[in-house]
Structure formats: C-alpha cells, structure tokens
Write a protein that binds this ligand. Structure first.
Ligand code: GDP
Length: 445
C-alpha cells in the first residue's frame, strides 16, 4: 500500500492509545513523539509536524470528550482530524465535457498521467481526445499516440509544428466529438521563464476548464516551491501526484501541495494505466490508519434520522434475540433508505463488522433489493402475525402471498431469514463492539 511505513507506524500509535487503560499528560506526550517520528520519516515538513503535535497536546488538555465517547477514542478522533488538516481539502474533478491542460516538469509522469486520466474518463462513459502539445521533447508525440491506442482514446498531434497553441486549436477542432480533451504540454528539466511563458500563453488562449499540475511524489517537500511558482503563473486548479507507490516521501509531497490550496484529484500508484486512484483525503487517511471510513459511517447513520434513544432501543432488541417481525420491520424501515445499507457496510472498519467479512457491492445491492421485497411482504401481515411470527402457518403464508403480490417462496424465505437473524443476533450478543461503535458514532455525529 501507499506510504506503507507511515501507515504501520501510525497504526502502532493508534493501537497504543486504544490499548492504554488511561490517558494522561505523559501518554499524550509519548504519543506526540511517536507521531512526530512517523511523520518526519514520511518527509512531512518539520514545522507542520510540530504544530500538529502542539495542537494535539493543547486540544487533549482543554477539550472534553462528548458524552459516551471514551477518552481513548476522543484522542484518536483529534489525531485523525489534525492529520486530515494537513492533507488539504477534498474536491473531485467533475465528470462533464471539458478541456484539461496538464502542466509539470519532465520525468514527473505527465504523459503517462494523460493516458491514465483518459482511461478514467472513458470508464465513466465520457469519450476522450488526447492532444500532444509538447513541442520540445523528441518522442513526446509518439509516446502519447501509443498511450492513446492503449486506452482507446482519440489522438491529435502535429509532428513538425512548433507552436503548441496552433496544435491545440487544431486539435480541439478536429477532436470535436470527444467529450473530454486532455492537453499534454511541454515540460523542462527545471522551471524556466520560457516554459512559464509557454504555458501561460496556452492557458490564456485556450482557456481550459482545468489546469492540472502533475508532480512526482518522490521529490517530497521540494515540490512546495515548484507548485507555488506554477500556481502563481497559471493558477493550478488541481494536482495529480504520481509515483506514490514505493516512496517514503509521499507525505512530504502531499502536505506541500496542500499549501497551494488546490485539491489533489488523483494519485498515481504505478507505471500501468490502471495504477491511478481518485484521491479523497478522508478515505486516504482512514485507510492509512486502518480504521475504515469513519466519516462515511457517521454520515450514513445521521441520514437514518433516528434518535439516539430509538437506535439504542432497536439495537437492544436486535441483540436480545427476542425480537419479532415487527422489530425487524422497524429496523429495516430505519435503515432502508436507498444506498444506506451499502454506505454503512462499506464504511465499517473491517475488524468491527460482526462476522468480519466485507460485503461486496453486488451482495449489498442484492441485500437492498431483497429488503424491498420483504418490506412489501411485511406490509401484508396482520399485527398479530408481526408480533408473534410463530402463528404464521401455510394458510397464512398463502394469504400474505396473495395480499403482497409476492411469491409464497419469498414469504417463506423471509421467515427463514427472520429465524436465522434471530439466531445470529443471539450469537453476536456477546460481541458488544458492534453496538458500542454504532452508538458512539451516533452520539458524536
Ligand atoms: P513526463 O516526462 O512527465 O511526460 O513523464 P512520463 O509520463 O514519460 O513518465 C516518466 C516515467 O515515470 C516513466 O517511466 C513512467 O512509466 C513513470 N511513471 C509515471 N507515473 C508513475 C507512477 O505513478 N508510478 C511509477 N512507479 N512510475 C510512474
């Protein structure tokens, strides 16, 4: 995984905090040192690191955990929030017809990234045209043409033309059918006035929707000044950090570009076209810390609009193993908003899901579909059937089936599922973690 060393040392810090029986000033100091060591090793700027741990100490000393949240979880939450603040704002590139200009120095992966980006849009159903406007580097034309074949995009270039603006204008014309046009501009070995003038001229004449800065993660903190010069010249609208695979310096590059306040849209994680990830700071950090997508979970739970009391009651009932079809119906009602189940499962830290295994998308979709059928069936049951499912015999199944317009098989499947769920819930009754997690998220959300 990306930034593996940082990930494992931060996970150790988190383990230390979760495992400690109490949190005092000494623990916080010790944890601060561990975090400093981990971040410095990942090349994050010393000043940023110190200010982060200062804030941790200050917040730990002055803020109180919300009711119901343990001191340990509260400290983890603070660290999570502070780490997030050095990763910059979240923003996604829009999925719409647009013109994108890539800028950056040689060897940073600009041409490769043009292909990866093309592949990304094509997969989202938007056709792409690549325009070769690097008029300085020999072979740039052929390289991009080759890549365009690989990713099935359109391509435009003019081998002997020396004016990039001319090429781009012709290209935009000729690739009119492509929804997204991606322009690969010239680089240099280092930033010089000539390059800056060239990309400024392109920007002013072409007026692209996005100017994306492609930069190599292995440069670490050094990317800061470079990003600033380019941003002053052409206002960078987004950043793509390449070569995040196998570098300890990724933390430096990420935190340095965060300073220009342009969002990091993607990270490159290898030489192949598919080695490309949308960058979402929260998801990235949660994965780094091995804690699942906590924010998504909080959001999902908030969307249910259940009060804490209601949630607690439902959960208690579920866990007691004594619940009837009416209780099951209540829980499904609350959790059955479209997509909600998926969000909840996807956002759970793996280790905290009872049973441990993460469901995949199609399984969750199927579960949602099934829930919808079951709800219709439950609607056709009488109150006494819901209260006391044992009375549902063959005759009643037939009636319910006719009333709901669903197959008798489906009614039986629901009853079978209810019984299985009842047994399962009895079994995980001993596992309090699941309930504790849901409750604490509701309180803090
Ligand atoms: P350009 O000069 O900026 O256009 O850079 P290129 O696209 O030619 O890439 C330079 C080198 O970096 C090539 O060998 C690429 O395969 C490699 N490269 C690009 N992106 C990545 C990445 O995300 N990870 C790794 N490991 N290599 C990359």
């Amino acid at each position: 995984m990306v930034l593996e060393n940082l990930s494992s040392s931060l996970k150790d810090v988190f383990k230390k905090i979760s495992g400690s029986s109490y949190i005092d000033k000494e623990t916080i100091k010790e944890v601060s040192k561990d975090i400093q060591r981990a971040l410095l090793k990942a090349d994050v700027n010393v000043k940023l690191v110190i200010s982060l741990t200062n804030r941790l100490q200050e917040r730990a000393a002055t803020e109180k955990p919300p009711a119901g949240m343990s001191e340990q979880d509260f400290i983890l939450k603070i660290i999570y929030e502070e780490l997030l603040s050095i990763l910059g704002e979240e923003s996604r590139i829009e999925l719409k017809p647009q013109t994108i200009m890539l800028v950056g120095l040689y060897g940073n992966g600009k041409t490769t990234t043009a292909g990866k980006l093309a592949r990304f849009f094509i997969k989202k159903g938007l056709s792409v045209g690549l325009i070769a406007a690097d008029v300085h580097r020999p072979g740039a034309y052929e390289q991009l043409e080759q890549i365009s074949k690989q990713v099935n995009s359109l391509f435009y270039g003019e081998k002997n033309e020396k004016d990039p603006v001319k090429i781009i204008k012709n290209g935009l014309d000729r690739l009119g059918d492509a929804k997204v046009k991606i322009i690969d501009t010239s680089g240099r070995d280092s930033l010089d006035d000539e390059l800056i003038d060239e990309i400024k001229r392109i920007k002013n004449e072409i007026k692209p929707d996005e100017v994306l800065y492609v930069v190599d993660a292995t440069l670490g903190q050094q990317v800061g000044p470079q990003a600033k010069v380019l941003n002053d010249a052409v206002s960078i609208s987004g950043v793509i950090i390449t070569k995040m695979d196998g570098t300890g310096k990724g933390g430096g590059a990420l935190s340095a570009v965060a300073e220009i306040k342009s969002p990091v849209y993607f990270i490159g994680t290898g030489e192949h076209m598919e080695d490309f990830e949308v960058f979402n700071p929260r998801k990235f950090l949660s994965r780094l810390l091995g804690m699942g997508d906590i924010d998504a979970l909080m959001e999902a739970v908030k969307e249910t609009n259940i009060t804490e009391e209601e949630a607690e009651k439902s959960l208690d009932k579920l866990m007691s193993g004594k619940f009837n079809l009416k209780d099951m119906y209540d829980v499904w009602e609350k959790f059955s908003k479209p997509g909600l189940l998926k969000k909840i499962f996807n956002s759970m830290p793996l280790s905290r899901i009872p049973g441990g295994d993460k469901l995949n998308d199609s399984e969750i979709d199927r579960a949602n579909e099934k829930l919808n059928i079951y709800r219709v069936i439950l609607d056709s049951m009488t109150y006494s059937e819901l209260e006391n499912p044992d009375i549902i015999n063959a005759k009643r199944i037939k009636r319910i089936s006719i009333g709901s317009g669903k197959d008798e098989r489906e009614v039986r499947a629901l009853l079978k599922e209810y019984n299985a769920m009842k047994n399962n819930m009895k079994m995980i009754k001993s596992n309090r973690n699941f309930k504790k997690l849901l409750k604490s998220q509701m309180k803090s959300g």
